[in-house]
Design a binder for this molecule. Structure first.
Ligand code: COA
Ligand code: ARG
Length: 443
């Protein structure tokens, strides 16, 4: 196979995501630790690029670090209850000050960042919207939380009006009550509420860490809502991250289809997360992201691309497009996060209805050893049983052990249905014949 330049490969990989995100609304929550001179300009450049690609952006910024710094500098004491800061009158003044200052820094960075955009002379308008209505948290366990509040309502109409006008909407984690009182909000909660209210396509949390780390200390590349709740129950997260993950789960509950948590510090991670298959951080969705489905004709180009390297190595026999077209309904495809990672096909024989053949089991190289092969086999066995098949053959040149470890036994080509024996003998692949007796297997 001719070598493909890495840029070409990357661009082709990104193209469907670029297409998909055009015109979609993304809510991005920027952790307070990222509003500094090192992170902001790089992030601003990437956000500008997203806006130039037609993504509608709402940017919610955190203030925790700045408020704590200001309070320390001005000798104002800070108290917390149930991990939430108690916002006294004096602390609220610092919130206002920090909010104005961070908003100004973000706007300055965004107007510098347009150098990477396709239309460098066009500066993106930024609207600072007071789109959040708040109410006080009230008294918690006998503790008055004072001016710490929660979101009462989001003015989604206003957000959409600003977005329709081509602006980035910048939102502070503060909200106003109907009687004109200002309350300090959690940025995570504010971002989640806005994402749900405006029916955002995605909610991105940009943080210091690379994503969410599980109990085993490894980064969780993907999580469904149930897995996220298990992590929350395990108590292995530090407080901030726990609140973040809770907000992520609430966003999924509220109908946001994808929440992505990633580093806002690593240069370009936002682009890696959005425009590569594997992303850079943790991607959350309500349902499990892996599914196996029947193939259809529109899958043929991708299926052919999955099989091509294995055919070139002689591991699978060659199938041209016409053959794939003829037999596409035999194929089951394994997708993760809408990307194709594996396939398997079930062949049946008119003259031997109780016999089936597992064909063309393949998992793309970068996704091997994650159990996908096993999942495809389990799915095929279910389909074979449903079709009344009792003996399932697999012909393989290099994978006999894999099948043997999963209950298949070596068999003779004479045991194959007659029409298949003829094909077997006419080609020179000398595949090993393996068979699984489904009537002996527990369903
Ligand atoms: N022979 C024996 N064992 C093999 C193997 C082979 N050719 N290929 C992979 N394995 C083992 C791995 O070492 C791993 O073992 P471990 O769990 O002890 O570490 C295990 O199988 C991985 O299983 P799983 O994750 O379920 O499989 P997978 O998603 O990596 O997919 C194949 C397995 C065989 C489908 C994949 O390797 C593949 O696409 N191979 C090329 C195509 C092929 O040979 N197809 C079969 C012809 S029909
Ligand atoms: N780029 C794709 C998306 O934005 C896939 C991202 C996968 N990310 C991950 N952390 N697993 O939907």
């Amino acid at each position: 196979m001719t070598d493909i330049h890495p840029f070409v490969r990357a661009f082709r990989e990104a193209a469907p995501y670029i297409h998909y995100l055009r015109g979609k609304t993304l809510v991005v929550c920027l952790d307070s630790a990222l509003s500094d001179e090192a992170a902001l300009p790089l992030l601003a450049a990437d956000l500008n690029l997203l806006a130039a690609l037609g993504v509608r952006l709402v940017l919610v910024y955190g203030l925790q670090r700045q408020v704590e710094d200001l309070c320390r500098q001005n000798g104002i004491g800070l108290a917390y209850h149930r991990e939430r800061r108690i916002t006294t009158e004096a602390v609220l003044q610092q919130v206002k000050q920090a909010s104005g200052s961070v908003a100004a820094d973000i706007q300055a960075a965004l107007s510098l960042g347009f150098a990477h955009a396709p239309q460098p002379v066009k500066r993106l308008p930024v609207v600072c919207g007071n789109v959040l209505w708040a109410r006080p948290l009230g008294v918690w366990d006998g503790v008055d939380m004072q001016y710490s509040g929660q979101v009462r309502k989001t003015d989604a109409v206003a957000v959409n009006r600003y977005l329709d006008g081509g602006s980035i909407v910048l939102v502070a984690p503060v909200g106003i009550s109907p009687i004109g009182q200002l309350y300090s909000l959690s940025a995570y909660e504010a971002a989640q509420e806005i994402a749900v209210a405006v029916k955002a396509e995605k909610l991105l949390f940009l943080i210091e860490e690379n994503g969410i780390f599980g109990q085993d200390g490894n980064i969780c590349h993907t999580l469904n809502a149930q897995e996220a709740e298990e992590i929350l129950r395990s108590g292995c997260l530090k407080n901030d991250t726990e609140q973040l993950l809770q907000a992520a789960v609430q966003a999924l509950d509220g109908g946001v289809s994808r929440v992505q948590i990633l580093s806002g510090r690593n240069n370009g991670d936002v682009l890696r997360e959005l425009f590569t298959r594997h992303g850079a951080g943790t991607s959350l969705s309500r349902q499990a992201m892996t599914r196996i489905r029947t193939a259809q004709e529109s899958d043929i180009p991708e299926l052919a691309a999955l099989l091509a390297p294995l055919e070139e190595q002689g591991i699978l026999r060659r199938r041209d497009k016409a053959e794939l077209e003829r037999h596409i309904r035999r194929f089951f495809l394994l997708e993760n996060d809408r990307q194709l990672y594996g396939c398997v096909a079930l062949r049946t024989f008119a003259d031997a209805p109780h016999i089936g053949e597992l064909e063309c089991l393949a998992v793309s190289r970068e996704a091997r050893d994650s159990g996908y092969g096993e999942q495809l086999l389990a799915h095929l066995l279910k389909e074979a049983r449903r079709a009344g098949i009792q003996r399932l053959f697999a012909l393989t040149t290099q994978t006999a052990d894999w099948f043997a470890e999963r209950g298949f036994q070596a068999a003779s080509a004479d045991e194959l249905p007659f029409e298949r024996q003829e094909i077997y003998r006419s080609n020179r692949r000398q595949s090993k014949v393996m068979v699984l007796d489904l009537s002996l297997q527990a369903a």
